[in-house]
Every structure is written in structure tokens, then in C-alpha cells.
Ligand binder design. Structure first.
Ligand code: NAD
Ligand code: UD1
Length: 319
């Protein structure tokens, strides 16, 4: 198993949409560390300036991926585009299906069209395990049936389809990475829609009992953000994978009840959760088969849930 360590020269230019967000900002760090020149396009709806450390090869543009003219201008001269910008919360898209579609689908189309026009070498798209919905068969392989249950999932899946169509029709090299539930430092816990690990760690650190929606026996496949970044680098650099889709996950299934036990254990606290009604559009079980990524992307996750939780909590404590 090998992982690319890029020895980039100044000819690598990368556009990261959503680069001020949780996953995007870690990707920016990695690209800069490897020597690329990076442009971030972000509307700062959930992204933060403090996620980005000033760097002489970093340009940050405040703008909207739903605005084609902006995307087209920034795509000029790019080697790669990593398209991370999205309304990333499932419930937020249920509240605002029309507004979120403008980002979550039209934004993707804009990125692809701009990539076509400026002959960008490859586009990496942040797709989602949400595409699989609640069909019972697990673990999920990329060829299994899909069943989106939310506007979020529909737009992510439609974005995958248009990525493939741009590859087939126009030869734009696209790689879709179906992230499962990503966690790590900089995931913002402050919104009611925030990712569950950021919410649980925030509440437990303050000695407050978290709320579990449903019975807590729903499961997720949690993958650490550094592994997701590594998958993106592989997706950009492995030859001959245009038009492909890969699951990016840990291949481990954890219930929310078990997750809370683990978070409490790292903090040395014993908190009982409150239970509330299940969320609309929530999927019950999620578990990936990551064999395709292992074989073709030459990628596998390196950080397990426990190790990732420890690293996250150390970073929150400023260790
Ligand atoms: P995030 O909210 O931290 O990052 C999204 C970024 O996109 C933010 O910086 C936000 O300000 C920006 N953005 C939103 N709308 C925009 C617009 N119209 N124009 C420009 N920028 C815009 O979320 P994240 O968890 O880092 O997610 C990154 C990507 O990964 C998203 O596409 C998300 O759907 C996808 N994804 C995330 C997970 C996960 O578990 N976090 C899992 C699967 C897929
Ligand atoms: C997450 C991502 C989504 C991604 C998908 C891929 C976020 C905000 N969402 O969606 O972008 O495409 O994974 O699998 O990163 N829950 C609680 N209590 C809480 C918060 C959540 O019980 O305080 C539950 C939810 O009801 C759900 C589970 O935890 O059952 C996970 O929720 P969440 O972290 O919001 O992620 P997903 O909806 O799985």
C-alpha cells in the first residue's frame, strides 16, 4: 500500500471550493504543505477565515460557487479542482431545498463547465454516502442501488451523475469520493445541524448530556479527516480513474450509543443522553465496503475511531 507524497512544483494550481470549511481547510493545508499554489472559493456561510493560515501561495476569494462567472474566472489555469463547497447538513437542505440546490447541484455544474472550458486536468467531487439511503444491504459497494432520502442526498447523487456525464461527453476527468461520516478538528459544533461527533465532544467537554435523535442504535461509518484528505490526493494523482466513484470510510460500523460511550470514556465522564424523536430524512445504518478505493485508489484509512477521537479531543484541549 502506498500513498502519494506530492513533490509539487509551481506548476500545480489547485482550486478548493468550500476551502474555508472543515474538510476543505485540511485539504488546503495538505496541498500547501506539498508545494501547490491554492485558491479557495468560499462564501463563508459555515466556513471560517481562522481555518486558513495565511500563506504566500494561498489566495482566498469570498464568493459563491452558484455564480458561474466567479467559478469560471477562478478555474482559469487550474490543474485540479477539489469541489467541497456545499450545504453539508441534511436537515438544513430539508429546511431549504431550493436554496441548497443552488449550491449543491448548480454549484457542481458550474465547476464542471468551468473545468471543461479551461481544460482543468481533474475535478474531485465531495460526494456522499447519503446517496445510499436506507436500503438494507450493507456494507455498501459503489455498484449497489441508491435511494436518496433528502434534498441533500438527491443533489449529491445528481452531482455524481453530471460528473460522469461530463467525463463521458466532454472528457473532463472527474473523480467522485463518497465520504461517509467525516470527523476531526475544525468541525464546527455550533449549529443544531452540526456533525454528531463535533456536537457530542462539545457537550461532553462541558459536562452537558447530548441529545440522541431516535433510539441511538442507528449506525455510522466514521472516517477521520486526514484520511479523507489523503483519499483526495490519491484521487488527483492516480492515473486512469476519470469518471469513477469511490467509497471513503473506515469500514467500521458504530452506533450512536456506542459513540457516546467512547466520547465519554476519552473525557473520563459518565453522561446519560436525552433521547428525542428521530430526524426526518435520517438513514438508519451506514457501513462501507472500501475495497475499490483500496485496490484502485491505493488508499486505506489509517486512523480508527478511538485514535481519531483522542486526536480530536487533544486538539480541542490545545495539546
Ligand atoms: P463545511 O460546512 O465545514 O464546509 C463546506 C464549505 O462550503 C464551508 O466553508 C461553506 O462556507 C462553503 N460553502 C457553502 N455554500 C457555498 C457556496 N454557495 N459557495 C461557496 N462556498 C460555499 O462542511 P464539510 O463537512 O467540510 O463538508 C465538505 C464537503 O464534504 C461538502 O460537500 C459535504 O457535503 C461533503 N461531505 C461531508 C461529509 C461529512 O461527514 N462532513 C460527509 C460526506 C460528504
Ligand atoms: C453526515 C454529514 C453529511 C454527509 C453524511 C454522509 C454533517 C453535518 N453531515 O450526515 O454531510 O453527507 O454524513 O454519511 O457533517 N445525531 C444525534 N444527535 C445530535 C446530532 C446528530 O443523535 O446532536 C444523529 C443524527 O440524527 C444521525 C447521526 O447522529 O442519525 C449522524 O448525524 P450527522 O452527524 O448530522 O450526520 P449525517 O446526517 O449522517
Amino acid at each position: 500500500m502506498f500513498e502519494q507524497r506530492l513533490t509539487m512544483n509551481s506548476t500545480i494550481n489547485a482550486l478548493v471550493t468550500g476551502g474555508a470549511g472543515f474538510i476543505g481547510s485540511h485539504l488546503v493545508d495538505r496541498l500547501l504543505a506539498d508545494g501547490a499554489a491554492v485558491t479557495v472559493l468560499d462564501n463563508f456561510s459555515t466556513g471560517k477565515h481562522e481555518n486558513l493560515v495565511p500563506h504566500d501561495k494561498l489566495q482566498v476569494v469570498a464568493g459563491d460557487v452558484g455564480d458561474y462567472a466567479t467559478v469560471e474566472r477562478l478555474a482559469q489555469g487550474m490543474t485540479w479542482i477539489f469541489h467541497e463547497a456545499a450545504v453539508a447538513s441534511v436537515p438544513a437542505t430539508i429546511d431549504d431545498p431550493v436554496g441548497s440546490h443552488q449550491t449543491n447541484y448548480v454549484g457542481t455544474l458550474n465547476v464542471l463547465e468551468a473545468a471543461r472550458k479551461h481544460r482543468v486536468q481533474r475535478v474531485m467531487f465531495a460526494a456522499s454516502a447519503a446517496a445510499y439511503g436506507d436500503l438494507p444491504e450493507i456494507p455498501k459497494t459503489e455498484t449497489m442501488a441508491v435511494k436518496p432520502l433528502s434534498p441533500y442526498a438527491v443533489d449529491k447523487l445528481a452531482s455524481e451523475y453530471i460528473c460522469r456525464v461530463y467525463h463521458q461527453l466532454y472528457g473532463v476527468e472527474t473523480v467522485c469520493l463518497r465520504y461517509f461520516n467525516v470527523f476531526g478538528p475544525r468541525q464546527d459544533p455550533s449549529s443544531p445541524y452540526s456533525g454528531v461527533i463535533s456536537v457530542f465532544t462539545d457537550r461532553v467537554s462541558k459536562g452537558q448530556a447530548p441529545t440522541i435523535f431516535g433510539d441511538g442504535e442507528q449506525t455510522r461509518d466514521f472516517v477521520y479527516v486526514a484520511d479523507v484528505v489523503a483519499a483526495n490526493i490519491q484521487a488527483a494523482t492516480v492515473a486512469g480513474i476519470g469518471g469513477e466513484t469511490f467509497n471513503i470510510a473506515n469500514q467500521r460500523q458504530t452506533s450512536l450509543n456506542e459513540l457516546l460511550r467512547q466520547v465519554c470514556a476519552v473525557y473520563g465522564k459518565n453522561l446519560q443522553p436525552g433521547y428525542d424523536a428521530p430526524r426526518a430524512g435520517d438513514i438508519k445504518h451506514s457501513l462501507a465496503d472500501t475495497g475499490k478505493a483500496r485496490n484502485i485508489l491505493q488508499w486505506q484509512p489509517k486512523v480508527g475511531l478511538q485514535q481519531g477521537l483522542q486526536a480530536l479531543i487533544d486538539s480541542l484541549r490545545g495539546a
